[in-house]
Ligand binder design. Structure first.
Ligand code: PEP
Ligand code: MG
Length: 371
């Protein structure tokens, strides 16, 4: 979170104001600061009460275009909050938490129960489950992975699954079985090449064929997608789009790989620049490539819930925005006041007339009247 030495300098009993909207921490605030932040908190609560009215409303722009605002979840228990916040679906179920909270590789039945619970809980709305994404920053104690110099560039996610089809198939079988209880979509993380995607799909097909021997038709409604997290995949989106039902852009990783800046290293956090014009150009390329092939374009990295990025993404035609449940209603509220044609102009200006992320930020803030 980039709070540097805050945990060692704050003493027990200190009063602390945490402004989670702007990333500020004030230790031992003055009375004037307390009053100021109390007023801010009160007005934020009023805003939240307004947003809450949209819980059953569709996610629609001012000019009547429909989009989806979905939730990112880590466990089936998170579904309750996603529903409470009016999610149009689950856009990212980070399935590795099932593995991380267990002391053994979860069995097919254990996984089936978890996915079924999430699917049933979403009451007919789609649940996008990402297949196992361990390695990098997510270790598994009972599956020791080799020490690596560059774990984020190493043996992780789909690379492990393709190397260990036994682990992969257990998960895929559980997911196909869960699809009997509601719409399940499966996406593969960290795909770099078309060959990896094809290999993953072939293993999926094998699982489906095996299961269909006893249950004809099982899994036929499951949609298959891939995450766009590796720059090469983003560049090659026009070809990849022909072989999936949807893309989900994982901007947390895509940014770290595009800028060659470790997402967990505070010293290089200034390079986390979702609004950088060159990065926006790449995002637009991915969305356009998806649409040229009738493939849905979703985003499930933090950028999808970023209120300055959202108008630009709307202008580029991104179909689905998946974010932490707590951001859904704010985003829906913002969307209803935005015109997609106007936003398309903003996105073009950001890409073609701005040269830095700061310039884009300033432009969006001005146009949103936030300055
Ligand atoms: C991403 O990389 O943007 C993403 C959604 O996946 P994670 O943050 O789990 O790596
Ligand atoms: Mg990722």
């Amino acid at each position: 979170v980039g709070a540097e030495d805050v945990t060692s300098t704050i003493k027990n009993g200190d009063m602390v104001i945490v402004d989670g909207l702007h990333g500020d921490i004030i230790v031992d605030p003055s009375q004037a600061q307390i009053d100021e932040y109390q007023a801010k908190a009160d007005s934020f609560e009023k805003e939240r009460a307004e947003w809450a009215k949209l819980v059953d409303a569709p996610s629609v722009s001012k000019d009547g275009q429909h989009f989806e605002i979905a939730a990112n979840i880590g466990t089936p228990d998170d579904v309750a909050d996603a529903v409470k916040q009016g999610a149009d679906g689950v856009g990212l179920f980070r399935s590795e938490f099932l593995y991380m909270s267990s002391d053994h590789l979860p069995t097919e039945d254990e996984q089936f129960e978890a996915y079924k619970k999430a699917v049933v809980g979403m009451q007919g709305k789609p649940v996008v489950v990402r297949t196992l994404d361990i390695g990098g920053d997510k270790p598994l104690n009972y599956l020791p992975l080799p020490e690596e110099m560059n774990p984020f560039l190493g043996y992780r996610a789909i690379r492990i699954c393709l190397h260990r089809p036994d682990i992969f198939k257990t998960q895929l079988r559980a997911l196909i079985r869960a699809s009997e209880f509601g719409p399940v979509e499966i996406m593969f993380p960290m795909i770099a090449t078309l060959a990896e995607l094809r290999q993953a799909k072939a293993i999926y097909q094998e699982c489906k064929d095996e299961l269909q021997k006893d249950h004809p038709g099982l899994g036929d409604n499951v949609k298959i997608g891939m995450m766009i997290e590796v720059p090469l995949a983003a560049l090659y989106a026009d070809q990849l789009a022909k072989e999936v039902d949807f893309f989900s852009i994982g901007t947390n990783d895509l940014i770290q790989y595009c800028f060659a800046a470790d997402r967990g290293n505070d010293a290089v956090s200034y390079l986390y620049q979702p609004l950088n014009p060159a990065f926006l150009r790449l995002i637009k390329h991915v969305i356009d490539a998806a649409h040229a092939n009738n493939t849905k374009a979703a985003m499930c990295g933090e950028m999808a819930g970023d209120q300055l990025a959202m108008p630009l993404l709307l202008g580029m035609g991104l179909d689905e925005y998946s974010m932490s449940a707590s951001s859904i209603l704010r985003t829906r509220s913002m969307m209803k006041d935005l015109d997609t044609k106007e936003c398309a102009k903003w996105a073009n200006d950001a890409i073609n007339l701005c040269y830095t992320a700061d310039e884009v930020e300033k432009m969006v803030k001005t146009r949103l009247g936030l300055d």
